[in-house]
Design a protein around this ligand. Structure first.
Ligand SMILES: Cc1ncc(COP(=O)(O)O)c(C=O)c1O
Length: 399
């Protein structure tokens, strides 16, 4: 029986955001329908230019999802069955799923205990001690496959330590593919003082506009940003069956096209993204005030390096506690939404059994999988409901 106080706190509710933008969005969609600019086209082109302006990226290519954005980048780099990509075992499946889909091997390196992002020092150490380099300079994974890229993830809206991860990539001549699916709108303060938008630091960045993301569309959507004009042209071809001239295919691509409805909605929503990130941070501050000392709270490693509040944009607010499962039960019985991102690290997934990883290979990722719990953090939540959620957690400890 639910022990309800009468106040429900959903993990996520997208309706208030829609209500607040309805007067802007509906006429825009009506104009789009009148113009029938439905797939790619001017609406998508304008949104791509807007994302370039927002992030500072040189090129932006709209894609049908964040997954397809990652897949298209791997295809553009011609990564295939003889190859491997260095990445994190603790993320949404798409990151390594795409590596496997092009036939390559995801090679996992454990995460940073504080942030859950790919750990740069473990990455450097792995390359130095576990990989081999041929006389021609080819870097090989322990399996013998050629390492072709490094793909960190900016988990929960916090960039990984990009300067350090990029240094490992650079030293080994590898392109850096940022999986920024959860992080559009967050910034990384480089140690040299420059501020970088998530996704716009490396050679490639991939965004997801899945509705639960900080910038979410009315369905699936994604984007690649990249530095190089020739790569951008190749990605544009890949998203449309490898065509540059209609019905002439120099390379094999897919249907990874973004539609006009998503682009029109996302362009309107992008104007509000920074304000939504600020609202998420305000919610996070309430959790911090009430839960200090009660659970392990998300770390903000760049707070001392920048005054820009977007150094963490809290796509998720994830706490950790050894009593996670009991806490989850406690919250659910009191109608407070929560979720586990992610319960099983990728090296332990059945589909990757052939890679030969064992329990214990990535103890930090495994511990996060056992202890993490995401709490409601969406911008429209409001102080009252955040306080209620936080106090319910605090009460659990007292029981
Ligand atoms: C880290 C990460 N990578 C990739 C994706 C894939 O994005 P999409 O759901 O738009 O395909 C997601 C989104 O769920 C994600 O969180």
């Amino acid at each position: 029986m639910p022990l309800s106080s009468g106040m429900q706190v959903p993990l996520l509710d997208l309706k208030p955001q829609y209500q607040s933008l309805k007067a802007e969005i509906l006429p825009r969609l009506e104009a789009l329908f009148e113009s029938q600019d439905l797939v790619l086209g001017e609406t998508v082109g304008r949104f791509e230019r807007t994302v370039c302006g927002f992030t500072g990226a040189a090129h932006a290519i709209g894609m049908s999802s964040g997954t397809d954005a990652i897949l298209a980048v791997l295809m553009a780099l011609e990564i295939g069955p003889d190859d491997a990509v260095l990445t994190t075992p603790y993320t949404f499946f798409a990151t390594s799923g795409c590596i496997a889909r092009v036939g390559a091997e995801p090679v996992f390196v454990d995460i940073d205990p504080d942030t859950a992002n790919l750990c740069a020092s473990r990455l450097a150490d792995f390359v130095k001690t576990r990989c081999t380099r041929s006389a021609e300079g080819v870097l090989r994974a322990p399996s013998g496959r050629r390492i072709k890229a490094v793909m960190p993830v900016h988990l929960y809206g916090l960039c990984c330590e990009l300067d350090d991860v990029a240094q490992v990539a650079r030293e080994n001549g590898l392109p850096l593919i940022e999986d920024a699916a959860q992080a559009l709108g967050s910034v990384y303060p480089g140690r040299e003082g420059a501020l970088h938008h998530a996704g716009a630091y490396g050679e490639f960045g991939c965004y997801s506009f899945y509705p639960t993301k900080n910038l979410g569309g009315f369905g699936d959507g994604g984007m690649v940003v990249c530095r190089d004009a020739a790569m951008a042209a190749k990605l544009r071809a890949i998203r449309n069956h490898g065509m540059e001239d209609r019905y002439y295919h120099k390379i094999v691509g897919g249907n990874f096209r973004l539609d006009g409805i998503q682009a029109a909605v996302l362009e309107i929503k992008l104007r509000h993204l920074d304000a939504w990130s600020a609202a998420r941070r305000a919610n996070a501050a309430i959790y911090r005030e009430i839960l200090d000392g009660i659970a392990t709270l998300p770390s903000e490693p760049y707070a001392a390096r920048t005054a820009d509040p977007r150094h963490h944009i809290f796509n998720q607010f994830v706490i950790r506690t050894p009593h996670r499962d009991a806490l989850m039960e406690h919250l659910r019985s009191r109608e407070i939404g929560c979720a586990i991102y992610y319960p099983l690290p990728l090296h332990r997934q059945d589909c990757f059994a052939a890679l030969g990883y064992q329990e214990g290979d990535f103890p930090v990722a495994e511990q996060w999988a056992r202890e993490s719990l995401a709490l409601p953090i969406f911008p429209e939540l409001g102080e009252h409901r955040v306080r209620h959620a936080a106090e319910t957690i605090a009460a659990f400890r007292a029981e």
